[in-house]
Structure formats: structure tokens, C-alpha cells
Design a protein. Structure first.
Length: 310
């Protein structure tokens, strides 16, 4: 019978073959252990971590109030092992009193591991979010826009404009992805923007005729330390937290021009690369971000509510 360490070693070796951009290690946090056996007799295991996001918490804007996250240890049996582990998880969940509303079962797994993806689809999971990465290559060229659009760094005096634009993005994302527009969203966004505008994290505004029409909220992340180190290779990364374009300016090239300026600064900073999260069901971001050079590294698969796991 394989031990957890043996399963982890085999899994990490398989990850390296599936996608060379994945980190060398796989995160296994504290939690409740699960064990299962495949139809062919192979032992697999996993850890389930439960997270509560109380009202008013920032995490509640992109995650349900109760989240059960599975960290699989399935070695080199991606499809059969994942299916067996999901079956054990379903049985375990029945005894946990999982809420029937505002809850989720979550598995974050390498995007290129299509064998495991089939098992997740069969279990009722939906790919709601992707962690996508981009190398620090020269920015994409863009077509000159009609009218004057300028890009500049935002400062504390731009707080209202930044908050307004980020709330517009949240409203749209809540329709097509994992986000939820909760009653406290305006204040949470204002607090986050205030902190960002008074820190070294860069924020850019695109303006047309002096009026802000798009924003890019970004930051710097050291992937040598957790939690970023769980998903990224070591080094300093640039993080694209939120990009929002006013509705009537979408499709005009404003977003592309904004990100060209952003990526130029990322390259000058000498980062390993840049990363962001986008929603595959989002008909705008799922097209826009690949065009900017981003490609999926990890996919967050979810079942909402948690009791819908099958």
C-alpha cells in the first residue's frame, strides 16, 4: 500500500511532466484525512480543509460562506484516483452538516491534467476560475484608438474612480463566474483600494478626455513564501488583481492599451512573470486574457452548493 509521501512524490513527478511551469511541490495543508481505493485496487488519499467566510469578510466576494477544499494525493492515477477520492469525499461530506446554500466543494488542479478533469466533470464540478500566467515577454502591439486615451498611475486622489470601476467589474463577474456581490461590497472595495493606493502596489487608470474609463489594480508577490509559493515557481511575480473597463468602452482596445502599459512596467521590474485569476465562463475575460499572453496553470473546480457533489 502506497504511503502519503509516496503518493505525493509520484504526483509531483507527474505534474512536472504535465506542465513544466508548475512548482516542484504540491501544497498539503492541515485538515481532515480521506482515504480511498480505486477499482483496480490502488490506494489514494487526500486532505479536506474547511474555510468559513463570515459576513463582511473580503473573501466572501469571491468564495461562498462555507468552503470545503480537497487536496488530492492520487499519485500517478489521475482519472481513476480522482474518481475514487471524490466518492469518498461525498460520503464524508454527508456527516459534516454542509449548508445547502452559499457553500462549495473546491478542487484546484493543474489545468493541463485532462485525465483528472474528466473525473471532476463526472463528479458535477464546473471550472469556475483559472490561475493563468504570462512570461515577462514584450507586450502585445495594439491598434491606435480613435480619440485620445492616456494611461497613468493612479494615486490616493483617484480613490472614488478606482472603487467605481472595480465595483463594475464585480457586478459583471458575479453574473458569469465565482464572485458574489454582497451587501458590504462597496465598503470592502473602498478599503482595499485605499490600502492599495497608499502602498507600493501599482494601480493604473486609462482616461479618455480626462475621464477614467478603465483601471488595472496590480501588485507584487514573492512566490518564495506561502501562500503564493503553493501555486507558482519561485521568484518575484507581478499580480493582476482586477482589470475593469466601462461597458461602452469595451471592445475598443482600451483594455489592451492599458495592459500594454502595465506589462511594460512589469518587464522593467524584472519579474519572473505575471499572473491573474479569470473565470472561464466569462465571455469577455476568457477571450481577452489569452490574447494578452496568459495561459491557464491551475483550474479551480467547484460544486455549488457543497451538497450537490455527486
Amino acid at each position: 500500500m502506497a504511503t502519503a509521501q509516496e503518493l505525493l512524490a509520484a504526483q509531483c513527478a507527474r505534474f512536472a511532466a504535465v506542465d513544466p511551469l508548475l512548482p516542484d511541490s504540491y501544497p498539503v495543508p492541515p485538515g481532515e484525512p480521506l482515504v480511498a481505493r480505486t477499482a483496480s485496487g490502488h490506494a489514494v488519499a487526500g486532505i479536506v480543509a474547511r474555510t468559513e467566510n463570515p459576513p463582511g469578510s473580503p473573501q466572501g466576494l469571491w468564495q461562498p460562506s462555507t468552503a470545503f477544499e480537497l487536496f488530492p494525493l492520487i499519485g500517478d492515477h489521475p482519472r481513476e484516483g480522482m474518481a475514487a477520492l471524490l466518492g469518498a469525499w461525498r460520503g464524508w461530506l454527508r456527516g459534516q452538516g454542509a449548508p445547502e446554500r452559499d457553500s462549495t466543494c473546491l478542487v484546484t488542479w493543474p489545468s493541463r491534467d485532462v485525465q483528472a478533469a474528466k473525473a471532476l466533470l463526472d463528479g458535477g464540478f464546473t471550472p469556475l476560475s483559472c490561475l493563468a500566467v504570462r512570461p515577462p515577454t514584450p507586450p502585445c502591439t495594439f491598434t491606435e484608438l480613435s480619440g485620445t486615451v492616456t494611461v497613468r498611475r493612479a494615486g490616493p486622489a483617484d480613490l472614488d474612480a478606482v472603487v467605481e470601476l472595480t465595483l463594475l467589474e464585480l457586478e459583471y463577474a458575479a453574473l458569469v463566474g465565482a464572485s458574489t456581490y454582497r451587501p458590504g461590497a462597496p465598503q470592502l472595495k473602498r478599503t482595499a483600494a485605499h490600502v492599495r493606493l497608499h502602498s507600493s502596489d501599482p494601480v493604473w487608470l486609462a482616461e479618455r478626455g480626462g475621464t477614467p474609463v478603465a483601471v488595472a489594480e496590480c501588485g507584487w508577490v514573492d512566490a518564495d513564501r506561502p501562500p503564493a509559493g503553493h501555486r507558482l515557481r519561485p521568484g518575484t511575480w507581478a499580480y493582476v488583481n482586477c482589470v475593469s473597463v466601462r461597458e461602452h468602452d469595451r471592445g475598443t482596445g482600451v483594455g489592451q492599451q492599458l495592459m500594454t502599459s502595465v506589462h511594460e512596467e512589469f518587464a522593467r521590474a524584472g519579474v519572473v512573470g505575471s499572473f491573474l485569476y479569470y473565470n472561464p465562463p466569462n465571455p469577455l475575460s476568457s477571450v481577452f486574457w489569452p490574447r494578452q499572453g496568459y495561459r491557464p496553470l491551475w483550474t479551480a473546480w467547484e460544486v455549488r452548493p457543497a451538497t450537490a457533489l455527486r
